[in-house]
Design a binder for this molecule. Structure first.
Ligand SMILES: [Fe+2]
Ligand SMILES: [Fe+2]
Length: 315
């Protein structure tokens, strides 16, 4: 992390946008000081009424995932001890990244509040539980595992926000489509940043990066909201229903998981990694074989029927 600190600092203006130039949630939403506010909210609600149940459930799950941002910020800070030098590259990156990410939960929450379709109190309970429960994604405080995880995860969120945008558009909600499209493009910039950090460390320490990659893939990349629950329910129960819905409507599927893995293998040129020791070679070969193995498993997965009713959604 010491070695990478300057690279990370230089990455801030490359991959993140300045506060003054980036969009803010209010740019998309009705302004409450304007006389047109009530008409615009009525229009927003009419369009939101056309959203299908599964799409709304997935959108709520995505929003809750974004709203657990304090968990992610804490976890990212921990990979480099905070000393007096809290203005080092890494800690500046974490703060700047957090400041961009914070807009995602903000805008999606406001949209859902105005939509009239969501039991906000139930959703707020889930947010509080998710923050209190934290997560366990298997990276410990290891920067290699962390950057592999965040590369994967930012690509996964990019995909799922982008797909929600596409379905929202098809269902007639162009505002939600624009909101999720803009969130998705933020996630892509973040993915590119984390992927570039991994590329840097691959040049320095390919064996250990390869071993970390294998380890993360053996554990499977768990989603950050994997402990999601509803009021009165056990930890993780809502997450299962949320990911079933995402699989059902094609927002995030096992095939997407495999395609993200393939794109990382290509990005990091894993198949042309040479000069590895025996353990590094075994790790490389495991990762290279994995997409085919997962494809065989994916063919056996059947979508779960839509029977579950979330407490988050007004019937
Ligand atoms: Fe986000
Ligand atoms: Fe992100």
């Amino acid at each position: 992390m010491e070695h990478l600190d300057k690279e990370v600092l230089n990455a801030i203006p490359v991959f993140l946008k300045s506060v003054e130039s980036i969009w803010q949630p209010t740019d998309f939403l009705p302004l409450s000081n304007e006389d047109s506010f009530f008409d615009e909210v009525r229009e927003l609600r009419e369009k939101a009424n056309g959203l299908s149940y599964d799409l709304l459930a997935v959108l709520i799950g995505d929003t809750l995932t974004e709203e657990a941002l304090p968990t992610y910020e804490t976890w990212l800070s921990l990979i480099k001890p905070v000393t007096e030098d809290s203005d080092g590259g890494w800690h500046q990156w974490v703060r700047a990244w957090t400041s961009e990410e914070n807009r995602h939960g903000d805008i999606l929450n406001k949209y859902l509040y105005l939509s009239g379709r969501v039991n906000m109190r139930e959703m707020e309970i889930s947010t509080q539980y998710l923050l209190a429960d934290g997560f366990d994604i298997g990276t410990a405080k290891d920067p290699y595992r962390t950057f592999i995880y965040t590369s994967f995860q930012e690509l996964a969120t990019n995909l799922s926000h982008r797909r929600v945008a596409q379905i929202a558009k098809a269902e007639g909600d162009d505002l939600l489509a624009r909101i999720c499209g803009n969130v998705a493009s933020d996630e892509m910039r973040h993915a590119n940043a984390y992927k570039s950090f991994v590329s840097k460390i691959l040049q320095l320490d390919p064996n250990e990066v390869m071993i970390a990659f294998e380890d993360m893939m053996r554990r499977k990349i768990v989603m950050p909201a994997h402990l999601l629950r509803e009021s009165g329910m056990p930890k993780g129960s809502a997450f299962t229903h949320f990911s079933d819905a995402a699989q059902r409507i094609g927002v995030y599927t096992t095939t997407d998981y495999i395609n993200i893995l393939l794109s990382l293998i290509e990005e990091w040129k894993i198949d042309s990694l040479r000069n590895l020791n025996e353990q590094g070679e075994r790790a490389r070969d495991y990762v290279l074989m994995l997409p085919d193995r997962l494809t065989k498993i994916a063919q056996r997965i059947k979508p779960q029927p839509a029977t579950y009713k979330f407490s988050w959604i007004h019937q």
